[in-house]
Design a protein around this ligand. Structure first.
Ligand code: SF4
Length: 286
């Protein structure tokens, strides 16, 4: 049986079987992205909403998402298209938008201030082939490509996309293996490997969502900030402490309704802790 090497799960799939992410499937002995071109969300968003604060500030970006995800964050903000039962319906209901059509739409929005395409909303890397095909066209038209990702993809995927991606926002959701593996069903080591290489390729900003009682101590934030500051070989010769970090406030959502929103004072306290090490720290949802 073939196995998928897009993420840490390495799903081994028999003919017709879908992977854990529900976006890839084994067809004719090969694992292919079943969600290719199936767009569930499309919007012209401010770039700061990705969030990217230090990449063409004030501009807009055509943001496109499909369905599926390889993590299982119980607090997912986009569960309708990621890993809920509802998300399953998009296999048949999502509209097909070819790479040519998406790139042409982005081009048509240029006069409104659009700078390109952001692959976002669900986890885009589980369908990286569509990004690759579209991003090449977007570059040919002189526009930019942005990725908003959980960063749990293999370095082979990153290497394929690298020539065509201009900026990424990557989640660094926490800094303990317990948090990543037990709560999110993810892999902290894969995210860290991914970020280490991504920072060498293009403009990167990172995001940490603060969940009360899970990843909200100043000690953990200090470790996150120190690790970011220690990254080397950063794009355009920047020091690690110039990589922007977004610290976001949690609101109860989806399967995590057992606690209230993050106290705003805690978000500011953690931002202050991060600013002792990092130059650009932003708070979100406050
Ligand atoms: S991308 Fe999907 S199919 Fe591939 S290994 Fe990850 S979860 Fe499995």
């Amino acid at each position: 049986m073939p196995n998928c090497n897009v993420c840490f799960r390495n799903c081994e799939l028999r003919e017709g079987q879908r992977g854990f992410c529900k976006a890839r499937i084994c067809q004719d002995g090969r694992i292919v992205p079943e969600n290719y071109g199936k767009i569930t969300s499309l919007a012209l968003d401010p770039i700061e909403k990705k969030p990217l604060n230090r990449f063409f500030p004030g501009s807009l970006i055509l943001s496109a998402g499909s369905y599926g995800c390889n993590l299982r964050c119980p607090f997912c903000q986009n569960f309708e298209i990621t890993w809920s039962e509802e998300a399953e319906r998009f296999r048949t209901e999502a509209e097909y938008v070819s790479p040519e059509d998406l790139a042409a739409t982005a081009y048509a929005y240029q006069p409104k201030g659009n700078i390109g395409v952001a692959f976002t909303y669900n986890e885009p890397l589980i369908g990286y082939e569509y990004i690759l095909d579209t991003a090449k066209l977007v570059h040919k038209m002189g526009m930019k490509n942005v990725l908003v990702t959980n960063g749990t993809a293999s370095l082979q995927v990153l290497e394929k996309l690298a020539p065509y991606i201009d900026a990424m926002n990557i989640d660094l959701k926490g800094f303990t293996d317990r948090y990543y593996s037990e709560l999110l069903k993810g892999s902290r080591s894969m995210v860290m490997d991914f970020i280490r290489e991504a920072v060498k390729i293009c403009h990167i900003e990172l995001t940490t969502l603060i969940i009360p009682g899970e990843n909200d101590t100043p000690e953990e934030m200090e470790k996150i900030a120190a690790w970011i500051a220690g990254l080397t070989g950063v794009y355009e010769g920047r020091p690690g402490n110039e990589i922007p970090l977004h610290i976001s406030r949690f609101f109860p959502r989806f399967h995590m309704q057992d606690r209230g929103p993050t106290d705003v004072r805690r978000v500011y306290e953690l931002a202050a802790a991060a600013r002792r090490t990092l130059k650009y720290v932003y708070t979100g949802n406050c």
